[in-house]
Design a protein around this ligand. Structure first.
Ligand code: ADP
Length: 457
């Protein structure tokens, strides 16, 4: 099997994708060409005043039907074609299509007047497409064959060795026996073909190279990001151990094992302990996010979303009761398909969203969780009537460390990392997350927020 793959395109997925797409494009275009040729055959008499001979009608119809037949076969065969180097691959398939098209075009040009036929232009169109797909040597060889075959036809018709099929009614007088015209035509035809191939081939080569360089750069950026995350994880682990030591010393002192404490010192130490707990929370969040960014694959397990949400609400039960919050779960799902997702990560999404709703509701309030779905996706809405999110902050709250402007003076604890992790998890599942504030259960004083998460089934 001849090797048509340029050396730079081995193992280059984008190259093969482009070739496959172009093969399909060829096939679709050919259906269009068959329709156009049929219209040309039917309407050229009254539109252009062209009178075909019986032989021409028979030949053109037969060529058109052959094109349709081989195109249908190509259309069916295309799906079975695999990209295995050394075997018949999409590039051989392109070459085969081109060769058959060129043969069909050669016959069409011959039966419509060769040098007088306007269809000769389609040769140029073919070599441009060929240049975008095939290696230079193959397309140059094809171009030379096209020029030689076309010129031979012109010479054979001029010298009367084969008959000339004129398009009666198209030209005022035939031109195929004008030697000067024939020579000038063939030279310009050859020149146009060679220049088109030269330019198209060069541009295609450059484009592929640039695309490949872009893919390589993207790979390097991803690798650098992974190294950065690994570095963060190791640094954070290093920070965790001295912090744990400080925390346990504080506990020992606060438990008064070493001795009594005066009130002022005790109060300051309790605050220090609280801050160390906060720091642990922050460390955990950073670790979770870094690990998430390192994960290449997410699991695809069966996730029962009602159970996940039910158990999270139970987990938050103490805070819900302490803050006197009313929480409703409205399950309006219809298709109730099983969600295929990473259960741990889905729990992380709703733990953050429900946890935030409870945190930012203040004392007393209402949370409504609704579940909806259709055949393709699951939609979960978590609405609260808490402090709400100012318009100017809505987009930014999904960024690392971002906290909305309205909470700063209110003393809510947090690091601004939860929603950034949520957004990453949702993206990893090809889902979407949107926020609205005020929510539909908000009031003027407590506008509330509503988070909508869409996950594909
Ligand atoms: P954190 O809660 O730790 O600050 P998050 O990333 O979870 O970080 O949230 C980012 C910001 O989005 C919060 O600081 C808060 O300003 C805002 N926010 C998130 N959820 C709500 C909510 N339910 N109501 C009001 N504000 C919210």
């Amino acid at each position: 099997m001849i090797n048509l793959v340029p050396s730079w395109a081995h193992n280059y997925d984008a190259f093969w994708d482009a070739i496959k797409k172009r093969n399909l494009w060829f096939i679709k275009l050919r259906y269009g060409a068959v329709v156009l040729l049929s219209l040309f055959l039917i309407s050229s008499d009254f539109m252009l005043g062209v009178k075909f001979t019986n032989q021409q009608v028979f030949a053109l119809t037969a060529i058109n039907l052959s094109i349709l037949l081989y195109n249908i076969s190509f259309h069916i065969y295309r799906r079975k074609l695999k990209t295995i180097p050394g075997q018949f691959n999409p590039l051989h398939f392109s070459l085969l299509q081109m060769i058959l098209d060129l043969c069909a075009l050669y016959l069409l040009v011959y039966f419509t007047g060769t040098i007088e036929s306007p269809l000769y232009m389609l040769f140029i169109f073919h070599v441009i497409i060929g240049s975008l797909i095939l290696p230079g040597s193959v397309i140059y060889l094809l171009s030379v064959l096209i020029i030689a075959a076309f010129s031979s036809l012109v010479i054979l018709e001029y010298s009367g060795i084969i008959i000339h099929h004129t398009l009666t009614g198209f030209l005022v007088y035939p031109i195929y026996f004008d030697l000067n015209y024939c020579i000038a035509f063939c030279v310009i035809f050859a020149f146009s073909i060679i220049v088109s191939v030269l330019l198209a081939n060069k541009i295609a080569h450059q484009l592929y190279r640039m695309e490949q360089e872009l893919v390589e750069s993207l790979k390097k950026i991803n690798e650098a990001e992974r190294d950065k995350q690994k570095y963060i994880i190791s640094v954070i682990h290093e920070i965790k151990s001295p912090l744990a030591a400080v925390h346990s010393y504080l506990e020992i002192v606060l438990d008064k094992i070493i001795g009594p404490l005066n009130e002022k010192v005790e109060e300051k130490l309790r605050r220090a302990k609280l801050r160390s707990v906060e720091a642990f929370g922050l460390i955990d969040n950073i670790l979770k996010i870094s690990k998430l960014r390192l994960l290449d694959d997410i699991k695809k397990e069966d996730v029962k979303i009602d159970e996940v949400i039910g158990s999270l609400v139970e987990k938050f039960n103490d805070s819900i009761k302490n803050k006197n919050i009313k929480i409703d779960i409205i399950d309006s799902r219809e298709s109730r398909k099983i969600l295929k997702a990473d259960k741990f990560l889905i729990q992380m999404i709703f733990s953050n969203i429900i946890g935030n709703a409870i945190k930012y509701i203040g004392e007393e309030g209402k949370i409504i969780i609704t579940l909806n779905d259709n055949d393709k996706m699951l939609e979960i809405n978590v609405s609260d009537n808490g402090i709400g999110i100012p318009d100017s902050d809505k987009e930014k709250i999904f960024e690392d460390f971002y906290r909305a402007s309205n909470i700063k003076s209110l003393g809510y604890e947090g690091a601004g990392l939860g929603l950034s992790a949520v957004k990453q998890i949702v993206n990893r599942h090809n889902g979407k997350i949107e926020v609205e504030s005020p929510s539909d259960i908000g009031t003027e004083k407590k506008p509330g927020s509503s988070f909508k998460i869409i996950l594909p089934y």
